[in-house]
Design a protein around this ligand. Structure first.
Ligand code: CP
Ligand code: NVA
Length: 301
């Protein structure tokens, strides 16, 4: 039976441990310029219904470096734009590929696509989550600070974004504490928070969220697909910018994550992105190492 990777809950903590160990080994091999060809003869297809830089290039680099091949389509350049259904698209690609990555809008599209696919499907970002990014973020935290278990992560800004939602989901699996700093209207749904339990604390006070944090995270205020709300979001989230003054309230030695792209001067300042506490460039690179390990797990079993 194929196993998809649509949400973080699709893997156990033990499986993430194995994934992270393999990603560390693959990263070390890459740094030593060793060639690892575990996916020779295998093919990955990437399907994008939204823009991408990191997800596109890190999956391509991961697959090619492991000896496999990749094809990429966007909704606009494919028959999806002319009305071919998601299910038919998935059925056809299943005949060419050993694994498919899909970036889309609603989670109903993602699950319909995965159901119709005969090969494993990876969520490359949907409205409900960004699991490959959060897995990479936690890998990056452990690389810098050691085990994430018991650590405190603060997320400020749009806590109802796919990034915010996946961080909430991750708390139960990885055992860290999450402090969300956001105004009303930007909180994850009540049912999501209730399911996460006491590990997640929500406050409208950004300073309270960040105080005592080992890791401080933010995300764009306007996610892809929300562009018409941009002006309102800038106004509503103005007091939640991750700037030097806010970061100073976190623990000494705290690191900063941002999945990127950053909208410098909006949700984060230049001084924070480019500052000594920023881990964002390692975070972006680590997408490739973690996804290599994930592709091996999904394709080789
Ligand atoms: N972080 C991330 O997924 O970036 P892209 O939108 O560039 O893929
Ligand atoms: N929340 C952002 C993440 C981009 C990687 C978006 O969905 O646009």
């Amino acid at each position: 039976m194929k196993r998809d990777f649509l949400t973080l809950a699709d893997r156990t903590e033990a499986e993430y441990r194995a994934l992270f160990d393999r990603a560390h080994a693959l990263k070390a091999s890459r740094k030593r310029k060793e060639v690892v060809k575990t996916l020779e003869g295998r093919h990955l297809v990437l399907v994008f219904e939204k823009a991408s830089t990191r997800t596109h290039l890190s999956f391509e680099a991961a697959m090619y470096q492991l000896g496999g091949t990749v094809s990429t389509i966007t909704a606009g350049s494919s028959q999806i734009a002319r009305g071919e259904t998601i299910e038919d698209t998935a059925r056809v690609i299943s005949g060419y590929a050993d694994c498919i990555m899909f970036r889309t809008f609603g989670d109903d599209r993602l699950t319909a696509f995965a159901k119709a696919s005969r090969v494993p499907v990876i969520n490359g970002l949907s409205e409900g989550g960004h699991p490959v990014q959060i897995a990479t973020d936690l890998f990056t935290v452990e690389e810098r600070l050691g085990s994430v278990k018991g650590k405190t992560i603060a997320f400020v800004g749009d806590c109802a974004s796919n990034m915010g939602l996946s961080f909430v989901e991750a708390t139960g699996i990885f055992g860290f504490n999450l402090r969300l700093g956001c105004p009303d209207g930007y909180r994850p749904p009540a049912a999501v928070l209730a399911a996460a339990g006491a590990r997640v604390h929500v406050t409208a006070d950004a300073v309270e969220a960040v105080r005592g944090a080992d890791v401080v995270v933010t995300d764009v205020w306007t996610s892809m697909g929300q562009e018409v709300e941009s002006a309102k979001r800038k106004k509503d989230l103005h007091d939640y910018q991750l700037n030097e003054a806010l970061l100073a309230k976190a623990n000494k030695g705290a690191i900063v994550l941002h999945c990127l792209p950053a909208h410098r001067g909006e949700e984060i300042t230049d001084g924070v992105v480019d500052g000594a506490q920023s881990a964002v460039w390692d975070e972006a690179e680590n997408r490739m190492h973690v996804q290599k390990a994930l592709l091996e797990q999904l394709i080789l079993g």
